[in-house]
Every structure is written in structure tokens, then in C-alpha cells.
Write a protein that binds this ligand. Structure first.
Ligand SMILES: *Cc1c(COP(=O)(O)O)cnc(C)c1O
Length: 817
């Protein structure tokens, strides 16, 4: 898009103050995604839950000069153009709608359904982008915000727009249709994933089908009885094309053709033979949706076969792993187009502080546009990030190397790059790998990675976010959330988790020791941080790094006051008062409170919070005791609050407290293991997602014949012939040796197999029986089958101990969509 501020205001009926001639090419709704201010406007989206207005200051600091919001919130020394609208979502909708009218895209495809939207969209793009100019939603932008933002990316030159349309609440599709009403509609799949807000599947389906109100053609999964029935009933005057494996479908998989793995597929006008690599139902259906669309668009049959042959999997996640020489590798090498490049570049700043930034970038494949134009846009985007070094790979992009401002290296392919000395010696850098699939940048990642053994602890940051939101749904909007990232986030990492969640509406962080807090500060974590065990020797660090101590006794208080005095601190220093209410561990008792008040009033202290810890929120049998604790806490904190002048926050709930005792949330709650998806409450369990997975691979499989013994001290002897898998984890990785000889199990291909023999330091052995399993197969230690709880039971302990016992040598891999 390209509009002046004046035009934006006119189209959307908004007020405007300031320079009306500012040119706007892009709207940004998340300040973390601002990496260029030029021609960008920030829209401060306001919902009942969140107000983007709190980020306006940040947007202005990042150079944005056009702000769209509901009211002018601040006086600033900069010349800002304000566009004032009462309804920021309505603004987006109106603008996107008018934009579509203006550019009048010759053809549009709208994809909805519970699963498969993104894959079908990306596959259609793969198939069609060298036939015509295609614009599509980036990643899985399909929400009330994502859809309009996607549509604003289209322009007059595009031939086809492919957009995903998602909903999660009743009534939302009508609003989406206000924005976008596709010529061709695709319905991929119906699940119950979002149905908590709908009475039943049918209601959900009916809502989604509203997207097709004005469509000429609907392409849909005809194997699903409900979809098939409803679409035929509701849309009697449209062209309907169903696909699937049942005989009534228009696009039909008939049968495997001959010996090879090809399928015969009936089209609207003939048949084709298509080989499939993946044959699971979902993949087949997604491929059929694509075939149906290509067929409808009159792509010649041989071309359809060729394109389907060349589809590659859509990876939607960006992973970061620790590399050798203190490097951090960000691997986003599954696809490369302008949108995904923009997104990758803009997320860079979320990753730690390294002294250098390095980019590895390849040719962009399958673009219709003129190379000169494409690569000057690429160079402009890249130059804004001021990389220290850029490695360009491929014959096209290297021809435009002069456009990039940085130290530039050019290569024909990965092999050449791997020989390069500068590349081999990169140190303490963030290295972004961004390339088209053909160039196989994954091999680079493998080269650069720190540990080469295949045992990893995979941490899914999106699941953590999901779990935080589930817990937040028990809270009032104003209740603050403190995230417990002690013991390096329960063993999951150093600063990575804190770094990720600090951008997601967390108000406080808590660590156990000052060192952990210092580590967070050194990694640019700016949230307030509470330290639970402020040790004597750590007070200087605490003050220097602006950490906030938990004060649980007069001894700690006196020593801390002394440290403050020594440092000459003049302002009131924030502290957190811990009350003892029944845990009998740390904290002040009722009798201490008067003396405590005297000390607080007589010194430069700001009571940031007053809290207690409940011993048994996870145990329904101890409900009475918990309520007793809360009562005592309420009384004692009331007593303190009545006397101190600070607006101290009150908090007493841990993760299970949040879900089991939400009525006692006070001003803040402290979420810990709940972020990782663990709860013992069966009603909450299904709402949470596993955020951690400990896995490895089978290193070797060998036969063990009846009578032979296995491992150290011959503790296992085979009763009959069997097969033994050796896997690459041992007690040095955190698998307790007590799981030896059948007391622990691991999961392979979804099934449990017993650990046999004694567990070794770096390896253990598993009895496979005669199951057809091969070397290199993935082995799940926990989360999946077995799950973390099951594994904890093998270890006769609780998930907390299991997680914090995984050794540091196990590589942590962070996954993010
Ligand atoms: C660890 C901790 C929590 C978090 O407990 P979870 O059970 O992991 O939610 C809360 N409060 C205090 C004081 C803690 O030490």
C-alpha cells in the first residue's frame, strides 16, 4: 500500500493532526516489529484486554512519526502526525476493505478451516508464484488483525491474492467478510480446536462458512460428512468442488497406480498420476485442495504433476541454537520471500546481545519480478539492520552484492562458504541463516552448532506463552504476573526464557540468587527482578544491577540497609517483604510486624510487595490449611499496609494457586511450572501445552541372544533372543541410574520400551524385542509417551526435580513459530 496520512484519515473517517503529507507504506501494530521508521505508521490497537497506547512512546523512540490511536496520550518534542480513531480494529478493517476495492485484485482465494490453512496457502504460493504475481498472508496471519495487515500488502500489480482467514469467536467471520470476500473459497478441515466458544462443531462450521457468502467457487474437503452436507445445503447456486478419498468427490484419489507409489487422481477434466511422499490423511487432503485449485485455474495437467512433485514441507518455526565460539544461530532457512525476510530481520533484536551481527542470505527463488527491483528491496531491508558481515550465496544475489552495505562475501554455494576462513572464525555473533530451501542452509546450522550429539531438550516458547495465557484467563485484567525464572527457568536455560516472556505482558521476574539476576541484566532483561535469596556477598551486585531483594528476616534487612548506606543510595530502594504463614521456611511472623514497620519507616525503603508462599495449593486435601494460610496472610499484610505509605503489591499464589484459588489473586500472582505445561489438576491439564521435550536418537541396535548379559556387572540376562538399542543419554545427562533394569521406560514411535542393564554415564540400553525399529530413530525420554509426570514417577520424584536435574551438557533448543 501507499497512502498519505491525509488519505488514510479520509478513507477511514478519522481525525488528523500534524503533517498530512507523510507517506505511509506499512502499518505496524507491534513495536518489536519496528526495524525501520521510514514510511511506517504505528497503530496502537486497543482491545478490552490490552492497549497498544502504552507502546506509543517506544514507537516514537524508534523513529515512527505517524501514530494511529484513540487519543493523543503524550506530549513529545517530536513532530508527530496523529490519526485519531475511536475503533482501531474498525480502522484496520475499513482501510483494508477500501484498499482491496482500490487495487481490484483480478483474483482472490480465501482459505479457512481449523487446520491446514497455512500449508495450503504456502503450497499454492509455491505452485503459482512462477505463473503469476501472487501476494499472500505472511506466516499464519489470519486473525482480525492479521487479515487486514496481510491485505494491505497487496498492490495493483498483483494478479492473485491468497489469504488465510481465521476466527476464534462467534460473530467474527462477519467482520472478516467486511474486509475480504474471496472469489474462490477453500475449506480445509474442521476440528474442535477452537470450539470452546461454540456450542458444537456445526455452529463453528456455520460461522466459518460465512466467508463464502459472495464467492463464485468453493473448494472443500468432501470426506468430512458435516462439511459436505452443510456446503451442499447452503450454497446451492455456487460452483462446488469437493475433494477427498470417497467416491462422491469431484477431485478424487482413485487408487494407487501400479507398483510404484503413484496415486491416480480424478480431476474435473481427466486424470493424473501423482507420487506422494507423505501419505498421512492430513497431508493428502491438503495436497488435494491444492490440486483442485490448480485444476480450477486451468494449469495444464503435466504442470500440476510437476508442481505437486516439487512441493516441500512448510516449516513455520524459527529455531535458535547455541553455536560454537559463543555464537547464537537463528535458523530460518525453510523458505525465503520478502515477507519472511522482513519478519526474520525484525525478530533479530529479540535475541540476546552479541557483539556482532552476521547474515547468511541466498537467492530468492520463484519470483516474477525483475531481479534488480527485488534485490534492491532486499538490500534496503538488510542495510537497515547494519550487519557486520553478510555472506551471499547464489548466482543471482551475488550479482547485486554492491547494493549491500557491510563486509560482503559472495559464494556460489554452501560448500564454497564452508571453506571460507572468515566464516569459520565468526565469534560471539548472532548468525541469521535465511535462505531458499534449495540451498540447504540446514547443513550450515549443523556445522555451526555447539554440541554435536543428538540429545536435546527442546523448549517450545509458543507453548510457554500459551500456558501463561491460560493462567491469565483465571485472572482479572489488572492482576500483575510475576514469572518465576529461578534456577535458570527450572533448568530450561539461562536468559532465553526470560528474554522471550519479557515481551509478553509479564510484570516481574524472580530468580533465586543474585547471580542469576545479574545474568539476566547482562542479557538486556529490563523488567524488575526479585531475588529470593539475597546472600550476604551479593548485596553490591543486587544494588548495582537494580535487583530487588526478598527480605525475610531482620538479619537480612539490617545487612541490606548497611549495604545501601555504604553505596550511598539516596532514593527509596524497592524491597519485597516475605511473610511466614505456614510453610515454616522463611519470613516474618505476626510478632515481628511492629518492629518491621519501625525499620521500614525509619529508612529509605520502598515496599514494592508483601507476599507469602502457600505450601499445598496443588493438594485438594489441604484446602483448609491453604485457606488458613491465606487468612493469616490477609490479616498480616493488611496490618502492614495500613501503616506504610507505599502502594505495595500483594501476592500469594503460585501456578496451581492461580488455577485452584483464583479468588485470592490479590494484585499479582507468581507463575512457575505452569508455564511449562505442568499441573496436577486434571481439569486444567487439557488446557495446557507441553513446553519441554527431552529426546535423543538410537545410536546402535544389536542382537542379544538368550543367555547373554547386558552392560556393567551383567545385571540383565536375556531370557530369549532380543534386540538391544543403545541410546545416547546416561546418568551424566540427568537420567537417574535407579531407572536401570526395567524400572524406567523410553518412548520409540509412540510405544514404551524398558531400559535394561545398568544405565551408564553417557549411554543406556533399551530392549526392543523383535519390533522393526532402526538405528537413528528418535527416542523420547519424556513428554509425549512417556509424559513428564510418568517419567517423574519412574524417578520417584516430582517434575520440578526432573527438569532441574537435566545436565547442562544437554543442548537446549528453543522453538518459536
Ligand atoms: C518457585 C516458586 C513459585 C512458583 O511455583 P510453581 O509451583 O512452580 O508455580 C512461587 N512462589 C515462590 C516463592 C517460589 O519459590
Amino acid at each position: 500500500m501507499e497512502y498519505t496520512a491525509h488519505e488514510l484519515a479520509l478513507i477511514t473517517d478519522s481525525e488528523i493532526l500534524g503533517n498530512k503529507t507523510e507517506k505511509i507504506k506499512q502499518l505496524i501494530f507491534d513495536t518489536r516489529l519496528i526495524f525501520s521508521a521510514k514510511n511506517n505508521a504505528f497503530i496502537a490497537l486497543k482491545t478490552t484486554k490490552a492497549n497498544g497506547a502504552q507502546y506509543i512512546q517506544e514507537a516514537i523512540e524508534k523513529g515512527i512519526r505517524v501514530i494511529i490511536c484513540t487519543e493523543i496520550p503524550l506530549v513529545t518534542p517530536y513532530k508527530i502526525t496523529w490519526i485519531i480513531t475511536q475503533d482501531t480494529h474498525g480502522f484496520l478493517r475499513k482501510l483494508a476493505h477500501q484498499h482491496l476495492q482500490k487495487i481490484s485484485l483480478p483474483k482472490t482465494i480465501g482459505i479457512t478451516g481449523s487446520n491446514g490453512k497455512t500449508i495450503v496457502k504456502e503450497w499454492l504460493y509455491q505452485c503459482l508464484s512462477d505463473e503469476m504475481r501472487v501476494v499472500k498472508s505472511p506466516k499464519s496471519y489470519n486473525s482480525q488483525i492479521g487479515l487486514p495487515i496481510s491485505i494491505l500488502k497487496a498492490n495493483e500489480k498483483d494478479d492473485l491474492g491468497i489469504f488465510e482467514v481465521g476466527i476464534s469467536l462467534p460473530g467474527e467471520m462477519e467482520k472478516q467478510v467486511e474486509v475480504f470476500s474471496p472469489h474462490i473459497g477453500i475449506f480445509t478441515h474442521l476440528g474442535s480446536a477452537h470450539s470452546e466458544h461454540f456450542k458444537n462443531e456445526k455452529e463453528l462450521l456455520k460461522e466459518k462458512l460465512k466467508l463464502f457468502k459472495n464467492s463464485e467457487v468453493i473448494i472443500y474437503n468432501g470426506d468430512h460428512p458435516l462439511i459436505n452436507h452443510e456446503i451442499r445445503k447452503v450454497f446451492t447456486n455456487k460452483i462446488l468442488i469437493s475433494y477427498g478419498t470417497y467416491a462422491h468427490n469431484d477431485i478424487l484419489i482413485e487408487k494407487p497406480a501400479g507398483q510404484d507409489k503413484a496415486f491416480k487422481i480424478k480431476l474435473l477434466d481427466g486424470t493424473i498420476d501423482v507420487p506422494f511422499i507423505h501419505q498421512d490423511q492430513a497431508t493428502l487432503h491438503n495436497a488435494l485442495a491444492v490440486i483442485a485449485t490448480l485444476n480450477l485455474l486451468h494449469i495444464p495437467h503435466p504442470k500440476i504433476v510437476e508442481k505437486i512433485n516439487h512441493l516441500y514441507p512448510v516449516e513455520m518455526r524459527m529455531e535458535s541454537v547455541k553455536g560454537q565460539r559463543e555464537n547464537l544461530i537463528i535458523n530460518d532457512s525453510y523458505n525465503l520471500d520478502l515477507d519472511s525476510l522482513k519478519i526474520a530481520l525484525s525478530t533479530l533484536r529479540q535475541y540476546g546481545n552479541k557483539s556482532k551481527k552476521v547474515l547468511v542470505l541466498t537467492d530468492i527463488m520463484n519470483v516474477k519480478d525483475h531481479p534488480r527491483r527485488i534485490y534492491s528491496i532486499v538490500a534496503e531491508l538488510v542495510n537497515e539492520q547494519s550487519f557486520d558481515q553478510i555472506y551471499l550465496i547464489g548466482e543471482k544475489i551475488t550479482g547485486f552484492a554492491h547494493l549491500f552495505r557491510s563486509e560482503i562475501f559472495t559464494f556460489e554455494n554452501i560448500k564454497e562458504l564452508l571453506k571460507n576462513n572468515s566464516f569459520k572464525n565468526i565469534e560471539n555473533a548472532i548468525i541469521l541463516l535465511k535462505g531458499a530451501r534449495k540451498f540447504e542452509l540446514e547443513t550450515l546450522k549443523k556445522e555451526l552448532e555447539l554440541q554435536s550429539h543428538d540429545t536435546i531438550l527442546e523448549i517450545n516458547l509458543n507453548a510457554i506463552l500459551h500456558n501463561i495465557n491460560v493462567h491469565k484467563s483465571f485472572l482479572k485484567p489488572k492482576t500483575k504476573v510475576m514469572a518465576m525464572v529461578k534456577a535458570y527457568s527450572y533448568g530450561l536455560g539461562g536468559h532465553e526464557i526470560a528474554e522471550f516472556i519479557q515481551h509478553h505482558n509479564i510484570d516481574y521476574l524472580t530468580v533465586a540468587y543474585a547471580d542469576e539476576g545479574v545474568n539476566l541484566r547482562k542479557n538486556k532483561i529490563t523488567l524488575p527482578i526479585m531475588v529470593m535469596n539475597p546472600e550476604l556477598n551479593s548485596y553490591d551486585n543486587i544494588i548495582e544491577y537494580e535487583l530487588e531483594p526478598e527480605i525475610y528476616s531482620f538479619k537480612v534487612l539490617d545487612l541490606f540497609l548497611e549495604a545501601l548506606k555504604k553505596k550511598g543510595i539516596q532514593e527509596k530502594y524497592p524491597i519485597h517483604i516475605k511473610l511466614e504463614t505456614g510453610m515454616h521456611r522463611l519470613g516474618f511472623h505476626r510478632d515481628d510486624l511492629d518492629k518491621l514497620l519501625l525499620k521500614i519507616k525509619g529508612n529509605k525503603l520502598k515496599v514494592a510487595s508483601i507476599f507469602t508462599h502457600l505450601s499445598s495449593t496443588d493438594d485438594p486435601k489441604e484446602r483448609a490449611y491453604t485457606l488458613e494460610q491465606i487468612k493469616l496472610y490477609t490479616e498480616n499484610s493488611d496490618y502492614l499496609l495500613a501503616e506504610i505509605e507505599d502502594q505495595a503489591l500483594r501476592h500469594c499464589l503460585n501456578s496451581q494457586g492461580i488455577t485452584n484459588y483464583p479468588e485470592y489473586q490479590f494484585d499479582m500472582v507468581r507463575i512457575g511450572i505452569g508455564m511449562l505445561g505442568y499441573t496436577s489438576n486434571p481439569a486444567i491439564k487439557p488446557l495446557l501445552q507441553n513446553a519441554v521435550c527431552f529426546k535423543t536418537i538410537i545410536t546402535q541396535i544389536s542382537p542379544l541372544y538368550a543367555g547373554e548379559s547386558l552392560g556393567y556387572n551383567r545385571s540383565f540376562k536375556a531370557k530369549k533372543n532380543t534386540r538391544i538399542a543403545t541410546i545416547a543419554v546416561g546418568y551424566a545427562d540427568g537420567i537417574p541410574r535407579s531407572l536401570s533394569n526395567g524400572r524406567g521406560f523410553v518412548g520409540i514411535k509412540g510405544k514404551l520400551y524398558p531400559i535394561q542393564g545398568n544405565i551408564c554415564m553417557d549411554m543406556l540400553m533399551v530392549d526392543l524385542g523383535q519390533d522393526p525399529i532402526q538405528e537413528g530413530e528418535e527416542v523420547i525420554i519424556f513428554n509425549g509417551n512417556p509424559c513428564l509426570e510418568q517419567f517423574s514417577q519412574y524417578c520417584k520424584t516430582i517434575p520440578y526435580e526432573v527438569l532441574t536435574s537435566i545436565s547442562q551438557r544437554v543442548k537446549r533448543v528453543y522453538i518459536k513459530d
